[in-house]
Design a protein around this ligand. Structure first.
Ligand code: SF4
Length: 643
């Protein structure tokens, strides 16, 4: 239609008039993966994600997930315990994260937490709850959560005043938010993140002032806890989403977003708050896409052709490209942000989430009247249309389980008489040479756990496995002489330990020797005094061409000098370094086309073999990428501790 609305949705493929969402009615009977692929490099969700429930019926009117994943279906505690155990066994991960749209709403969350903590805390498996709503944080839960994590706490008031929270059906009042913050601070947290939105339907200046006042009040709750505390205020922009009651609402334009953000920024005192906001134009584009239709595909293609890439990254985002694309395609981008009529035909009307459009419209009207509705999981059905009450209905765990809320066990702390320290020599070759020092720590910790070896941990809030490596090997170098010390709280025959670990370690990492050593043996890094490397050129490169001239003559001349100064960039500053005393020996092995280099430690800690080669033969950094370096030997002061 002329103003941009749709007259009719005609499927591109005949027969696809209505797409109906499938619903898994009973999560306990659904398959759940336990043998995940465990990457060696850190990933975003570097842990076991255990979905404890699906759906949320709090009915926040802006929330798409809360509408399209209905009804609430909880997995039973016993199923979750079983899945967690199996997943830990298969992966060796050190953390289990309990996932759902609002984890604190899981009706047996305390019971579940205590069960998992009791079962796994002895092995130092961390249990985390990433999505908690403020009102679910009763004292018992805070105490349970305290045992499992101590990072910042996020509370989402969403709006600045109780009035606007009624409009969006947030179901929480200012006094409840403040009580929760008080409990969180008293329980020992030092940092609270408040999450708000600007541009919610009916928002006024009073609501913006409410964000400032509420943030001030939360900050004041931190007084008296005796230590420094932080309140982070994060402000997103409201985006009307399909399948929600606010799908008929308008979104504020970029200029208005900027104005409201600036209003808050100038009034939230900087010494108290860390203020974060979203780029207004990114939000506008998100708003356009959220309620977009087929016509936008041409705009996306045009923007792509004109260079739009990685638009989620602020430094890559250029809104002008998008504006031009809209113009060229003859589309009015403002239409997608407008308020819609009741009779509006939406381009997603043919996608049936189960929630009736009449229910959403009723809820849209309830919002302007500030009428709140209750959560159907604990109250009467609101008749949204999803449940058939035969197989599909809210499945809640509450009261199904026997109460077993014992205090969590503390970490098993063995007496030092039981602790056994083992030194391992291992090789790191092939693709494994690209794993960093940090990644190696994870690879070993997970392999030890998968091998079911009784690993010892440090004590404190964040227990760490007692796995201590020698000096870091630069990424890309191979090694036949890497060392690591592992502390166990039991004695395992070293040959068994070696075999068990080699079964679990990835390709390219192999334990060559294992040896029990006294607990008080000095750390590998303090003990190493000599390291040897073999330097060759990579396949398809000619050694003689790479090292022009007489190799022996260059080496001999270098070794005869008392000093050899090179320039090195250290944290942005160019410094002179005398590398000669760092080098014990250098030999050319002609039949292997290889140079053997032996460095003295700790003197050579700040230099890499490739830098030495570059300086001696005047080879550029780019060209140095053509050489292969393999650590062949590492000598330790305590001969008896050498494997
Ligand atoms: S049909 Fe009723 S019980 Fe089922 S999700 Fe909707 S409101 Fe809740």
């Amino acid at each position: 239609l002329a103003q941009g609305s749709i007259q009719e949705v005609i499927p591109l493929k005949s027969g696809y008039n209505k797409i109906k969402k499938r619903i898994v009615s009973n999560l306990d009977q659904a398959e759940y993966p336990t043998d995940f692929i465990v990457p060696f490099a850190p990933i975003i969700h570097d842990r076991i994600n255990l979905e404890i429930a699906r759906g949320c019926t709090r009915s926040c009117r802006f929330c798409q997930a809360g509408m399209i994943y209905r009804p609430v279906r909880e997995r039973s505690c016993s199923t979750l315990e079983r899945i967690a155990e199996k997943s830990l066994e298969c992966t060796g991960w050190e953390e289990v994260s309990l996932l759902s749209l609002s984890s604190g709403d899981y009706s047996e969350v305390e019971e579940l937490l205590y069960k998992l903590i009791n079962k796994f805390s002895g092995d130092n498996i961390a249990i985390s709850l990433p999505s908690l709503r403020a009102e679910t944080l009763q004292s018992n839960l805070i105490n349970a959560v305290k045992k499992v994590r101590k990072t910042g706490f996020t509370i989402a008031p969403e709006a600045g005043t109780d009035r606007l929270r009624r409009v969006i059906n947030k179901g929480i009042t200012e006094s409840e938010i403040l009580e929760t913050c008080q409990r969180v601070f008293s329980a020992g947290w030092r940092s609270i993140k408040l999450y708000f939105m600007v541009g919610l339907p009916t928002e006024t200046k009073e609501d913006l002032d409410g964000i400032i006042q509420l943030s001030e009040k939360v900050w004041a709750q931190g007084k008296g806890i005796g230590k420094k505390w932080h309140v982070n205020v994060s402000v997103a922009t409201f985006i009307p989403k399909p399948h929600t009651p606010f799908q008929w609402a308008s979104m504020i334009p970029a200029e208005e977003i900027k104005f409201r953000q600036a209003y808050l920024h100038s009034r939230l005192k900087r010494h108290k708050f860390n203020f974060r906001w979203q780029d207004p134009y990114t939000s506008v584009l998100e708003g356009i896409m959220a309620r977009g239709d087929r016509r936008l595909s041409k705009v996306i293609e045009e923007a792509f052709r004109n260079g739009a890439r990685f638009d989620g990254w602020r430094e890559c985002f250029n809104y002008q490209i998008w504006e031009k694309a809209f113009q060229k395609m003859g589309l009015n981008s403002a239409f997608y942000l407008n308020k819609r009529k009741e009779s509006e035909i939406f381009p997603w009307d043919h996608i049936d989430s189960g929630v009736k459009k009449e229910f959403l419209w009723k809820e849209f009207n309830n919002s302007s009247k500030e009428v709140e509705i209750l959560d159907c999981r604990f109250n009467e059905c609101q008749n949204c249309g999803v449940c058939d009450f035969k197989s599909i209905y809210p499945r809640i765990e509450f009261n199904k389980n026997e109460k077993n809320k014992k205090e969590a066990n503390d970490q098993k702390i063995p007496s030092s008489a039981e602790i056994n320290k083992v030194r391992l020599q291992f090789s790191k070759t092939e693709e494994a040479r690209f794993l960093s020092h940090l990644e190696m720590s994870k690879v070993f910790a997970r392999a030890v756990r998968r091998a079911k070896l009784p690993l010892k941990y440090t004590q404190g809030y964040h227990p760490q496995p007692r796995i201590i490596f020698g000096p870091p090997l630069p990424v890309g170098f191979e090694s036949l002489a890497e060392f690591v010390d592992i502390e166990l709280w039991d004695r395992i025959p070293v040959e068994n330990l070696k075999a068990q670990l080699n079964r679990e370690l990835p390709q390219g990492i192999t334990v060559i020797f294992a040896k029990e050593i006294p607990l008080k043996t000095p750390a590998i890094s303090d003990s190493v005094y000599e390291v040897s490397y073999a330097i060759s050129v990579k396949e398809n490169s000619n050694f003689k061409k790479f090292f022009p001239g007489e190799i022996e003559r260059v080496i001999k001349k270098f070794l005869s000098r008392p000093s050899f100064l090179i320039k090195k960039n250290r944290r942005g500053e160019v410094v002179s370094l005398d590398i000669r005393p760092m080098i014990k020996d250098m030999v050319f092995i002609e039949d292997k086309d290889s140079i053997e280099l032996t460095l003295r430690f700790p003197q050579a800690q700040s230099i890499r073999p490739d830098e030495i080669i570059g300086a001696l033969w005047n080879i550029s950094e780019t060209k140095l990428k053509d050489i292969s370096i393999c650590k062949t030997n590492m000598k330790l002061k305590e001969k008896w501790a050498q494997t």
